[in-house]
Ligand binder design. Structure first.
Ligand code: NDP
Length: 265
């Protein structure tokens, strides 16, 4: 019998996940369907439960429901627990298990697709929202020299120190005079064509500037290019987090490079 999966969000019509998972299923010969479901803002739990009752095997969860999914899951992986958010749910044996594959997606994209090693590097993460929090543990697992988190509202970055050791936090102003080898934009500033107030000399020689947004050239990416940094958008992360979810559900790791190339085309 064909297994059913879905992604829940609001809005959801823009989602590339159905395309990505259909490509993974074809490539690996897995018999599954994957649909996009628009959940009403106040009815996510009902919408998810109805899908589960209709033989759903698992679901991805996107904006704005990742924290709701975290609360609904009966079991959590360590990375989901630390992230405080769930983007991958598995329904099996009457249980709902929650995982978070965003961080693995980011790290896999940086390491495997961009061939950039994080080991021993000075890393700056901009933002302290759900996306930033989800990638901290996987980034630390790569043993960078340090991980600094800067946020427009510095108190929100400081709060992260309650959940993670081995991080430094602060405001953008506190970065003056420092340089980083890897700078990750996990803010939504690009949506409004804005740029977090980064000091000008922040990019070390050979730095990688990574913006989690995709589908547009953000002011952060433009600034990084002006400083001769290597630049990437977040499309690879999107496909890699999907591949990690596919692995959680099906135990098979699909090839991601052809799917990334297909979407870019
Ligand atoms: P949240 O709303 O939870 O957090 C937004 C963050 O952006 C906050 O830290 C906020 O700072 C900061 N911010 C917003 N506007 C500005 C600005 N003009 N200048 C400086 N900082 C700003 O969003 P998420 O964490 O869920 O998502 C962040 C981004 O990551 C989104 O663009 C999303 O599309 C992307 N993303 C990409 C993924 C992928 O697979 N490629 C996966 C997940 C997310 P403050 O605290 O001060 O408000």
């Amino acid at each position: 019998m064909t297994d059913r999966y879905a992604v829940f969000g609001n809005p959801i019509s823009h989602s590339k996940s159905p395309f990505i998972h259909a490509a993974f299923a074809r490539q690996t010969g897995q018999d599954l369907t994957y649909e996009a479901i628009l959940a009403p803002l106040d009815r996510f739990a009902d919408s998810l439960e109805s899908f589960r009752q209709q033989d759903g095997k698992g679901a991805n969860v996107t904006v704005p429901f990742k924290e709701n999914a975290y609360r609904i899951a009966g079991q959590l992986t360590d990375r989901a627990e630390k992230a405080g958010a769930v983007n991958t749910l598995t329904f099996a044996n009457g249980q709902i298990s929650g995982d978070n594959t965003d961080g693995a997606g980011l790290v896999n994209d940086i390491r495997s697709n961009l061939n950039f090693s994080i080991v021993g590097k000075r890393v700056l993460l901009m933002g302290a929202g759900g996306a930033a929090r989800g990638v901290i543990l996987p980034l630390l697992a790569e043993t960078p020299a340090n991980l600094t988190i800067a946020n427009r509202t510095p108190g929100k970055a400081d709060d992260l120190r309650k959940h993670f050791s081995r991080i430094e936090t602060g405001s953008y102003q506190s970065l003056a005079g420092r340089q980083f080898d890897l700078i990750i934009n996990a803010t939504s500033s690009g949506l409004s064509d804005e740029l977090p107030p980064l000091p000008d000399d922040i990019f070390a020689e050979g730095a990688l500037a990574y913006d989690m947004m995709y589908g547009r050239e953000t002011p952060f990416m433009m600034l990084a290019r002006q400083h001769d940094a290597q630049v990437s958008d977040g499309l690879g992360m999107l496909v890699e987090q999907a591949a990690e979810a596919f692995f959680v559900w099906r135990g098979i790791r699909p090839l991601t490079a052809p799917v990334i190339a297909q979407i870019r085309r």
